[in-house]
Design a protein around this ligand. Sequence first.
Ligand SMILES: [Zn+2]
Length: 173
Amino acid sequence: MSFIGRVREINIQVSSILQEFVISSLPVKIEDIAKGLGLKVIPYAFEEDISGTLIIEKKVIGFNQTESRVRRRFTIAHELGHYILHQNKKAIFLDKLFRLNNTSDEQNPELEMEANIFAASILMPEKMLKSEVENIEFDLGNDEAIKYLARIFDVSSMAMYYRLLNLNLITPH
Ligand SMILES: [Zn+2]
């Protein structure tokens, strides 16, 4: 399947989850969604740069308890993405999400990209983001605007920047 087709499929999966859990307020309660889908969400004392894991058979998402809240939220969303999209691909996912040079899984870069797209889409739902953007009082190209939106969605400014870019709501700066 083409990349565009795959992105569309991920968006359909995310929309159906958002509807199922009647997500209408922000920030999206990602941990509750994962638990609602039957997963256990557990803090782990990982060594150094491991951000999270997904153990399919045990239905466990583990996140690095030492990372910041926005990172933990992104990790949970990313692992949930593997669970929804890639259950039949691997038994265990182990992620190093926030290294500068992200090499979470050198053998399966497309799985990592898909899980990241899933995470961004579920934490920053397109419709809800567009409606916040419509109501925003300052210029979207401004870093303050990105920080403001990042706070509302409880994500990092970097994650928000790339989401806005991918939705063509801003141009690179
Ligand atoms: Zn991953």
